[in-house]
Every structure is written in C-alpha cells, then in structure tokens.
Design a protein around this ligand. Sequence first.
Ligand SMILES: Cc1ncc(COP(=O)(O)O)c(C=O)c1O
Length: 393
Amino acid sequence: MSERTITAVDRYLRDGGPLSVADGAGVIGELERRMADVLGVGPVLTFSSGTAALHAGYLALDLPPGSTVIGPVNTFHASLSPALHAGLNVVLVDVDPETGTLCPQALAEAISEDTACVTVSHHLGHPAEMDEIVAICRERRLRLVEDCSHAYLSTYKGRPVGSFGDLAVWSMQARKRLCAGEGGLFAARDRALYERAVLAGHYRGRSYQLRDASLRAFADTGLGLKYRLHPLGAVIALAESEDLAARVARRDDVLQHFSDRLSRIAGIRPPIVREHVTVGGWFSYRPRLVPGEVGPDVTAGQYLAALQSAGVPAHCPSVGSLDQMALFSRPAPLRVVEGSWRPRLHGPFDGDRAFDQDKINVTIRDDDDLGVIDGYVQEFAAVSRRLGTQDAR
Ligand SMILES: Cc1ncc(COP(=O)(O)O)c(C=O)c1O
C-alpha cells in the first residue's frame, strides 16, 4: 500500500468514519462516482467482492430459470459459478489460442434454444473480440456480461471494456490492479438492471432509493443477501484509484519494452497483443517458451528452473482450466443443487490448450522499472544461450 493509502485509512478511522454504510453515502458513493468516471461506464455499484457483484448481476438479468450462460473455459471460476447460484446453467466453450479470450466461432456453435446470456472475461487484461461477440449477441438476442476483473482500463478499438455488455464487473481483490483488499464493482447503464442489482445485494438504506415501486416493496430485506463493500475497502480503493491511470500506463510501457526485448531471444515468444486493443493493467505477464528452438532436447521445465535459479520471479501458471475443475465436471456435492446444477463442457478445447502451452508467468510489480526488466531480459538471453550450447554439445 502506498503512504497515501495508509494515511487515508488512518485518517478515516481517527475521524470516526462509519464502518457500515447501507445508503451508499460518504466514501462508498464517492468511490462509485469516481470509478464510473475512470472506467468510462454507466452508474457503478460497489459490492463486497467481484463474485458477489457477478451473483447480483446474474440475478438482476432476470432470465428464465434453467436457461444457459455460455462462457470461456479458461477464466477464473467466479466469472461463471455465480450463474449456477442464480438458477442458470453454464456451458463452457473454447477460447482463442492467441489471446485466451472467448472464441466467437466456438460461441456461435454452442448456442442452443435455451441460451440466454454470454459472459466474456477479458483474460489477463486482453479484451475479447467484442465486435464479433456483440454482433452474435444482438442477432441471437442474448444478454452480455463482461468480466473486466483482469482488465482495468483495457480498451477495444479505443472503447473501454465494460462499456459493451448489458453489465460489467471488476474485482477489487488484493491482487487486482485496483485493490480494496476484497471488493467488487458492478456497472450497468440500464436503470432497471441496476435497480435489480441493488435489490440483489443491498437492503435498507440503498434499496429505499429505488424508483421502481414493485422492487421498493422489498426494500427492507432486498432479496435477502447482503453484499455491501466494507467502507475501509472503499477508502483503500479510493486512495489507490488516484494513480490508477498512471500505474496502468507505466506498467504497459514497461511490459511493451519487455516484450520487444524478449522477442529477440531464441525460444521465447512474448504475449500476443492484437493491434486494435490495449491490455490496460496487464493482470499477469506470460511469455511462451518454445524449448525446441533453444535446443532440440531442452525442456520447458529445465528452462524455467534455470530462470528461477538466476533470480527471475518466474513460475508455471498454477490454475488449470475450468473443464478440469470439479465444480464444472463432477456431480454437485450438495443435494440442494443436484437438480438444477448441470454445467456442460462444449469442447474441444484445443484453443485453450494451445494458449496455455509452455507459458511462464513472470511476476512484475507496479514499481518494477526498465532497469529491473532489462535485468530479466539478460537472464532470459543467458539461459537460452547456455541451454542451447549445452544441448549442442
Ligand atoms: C476474472 C475474475 N473474475 C472474477 C473474480 C472474482 O473476484 P473476487 O475474488 O473479488 O470475488 C476474479 C478473482 O480473482 C477473477 O480473476
């Protein structure tokens, strides 16, 4: 945390700022207005987590029970798992092998009569192909959810992610570019959708302000869930948001430099970034190893171990794709959801496997400068040289 954030939390507590806010006043409303402005999206509503925001979002869509949400096989589970808790079904489809985002063709092929919604995740910060996906959703009259948790300030053809779908969500969990510790942001331009999302996660205070009288009738309880953001999370996120744009721009510069230098090294492919997008805050930086190009017998494991022993903070991405997770591939563990909970795998997932093949994750901190990056570049070059030479012997 920056000194500015530590000071802001200290001041808030010393001033006796409220530790529970039901009506969206004070720091909560301030953060919501700031983020609507910074992200370039419709009114923003805060939640206790990205997962909670997605749950409220799927409830607020008010889709026919049992209808289907199609989403990418390689996102974080919570892009889609809250749909299961909203009485919807989930169908997982393949992703683009270059960007890891929902493959429009796989989406089109998976649509059936019960499909009601599509969820994209702008995976690792790279925007999904929104022109094609929006066109499919329009033509087939499907709702569109954007999970922007990895993609703070990413743009597609100059337009901010989060502005394409019916609703959009950002996680503010500690590892995200904007951190509240735990927290989520929800945005929807459609007032009716926004109001139903309020009811789904916020009772009293805030729900008394609903315009729709039929929803306001439930204001004392909402839908019975409480998903409010902790005010201290809002204080942290507000302070952190002040330099969000500068941090994102700097990180992008540093990583473009890294990619440019890595592309000159044998056996390394920097992440692919399509020309018409920006990757915003780069949730994770993952070049690909092509060990055979270093030397015919060099393995990815060997290369990674060599990088690690040279002090480069590199590791294998640890989480597999959703089709390999029990939540999406085994019968539900609780009887209460047995009847309704039937996620479907609409493979093959060749694009996903190709995207993940021999990726390494290099941990880049927001304050890593070009000097740090050039140090890593030298180590990559040295490892490629050394393993290549050993291999040739
Ligand atoms: C793409 C994506 N969506 C949703 C979430 C869920 O957010 P949270 O952890 O705030 O519930 C995450 C969190 O890691 C995520 O990476």
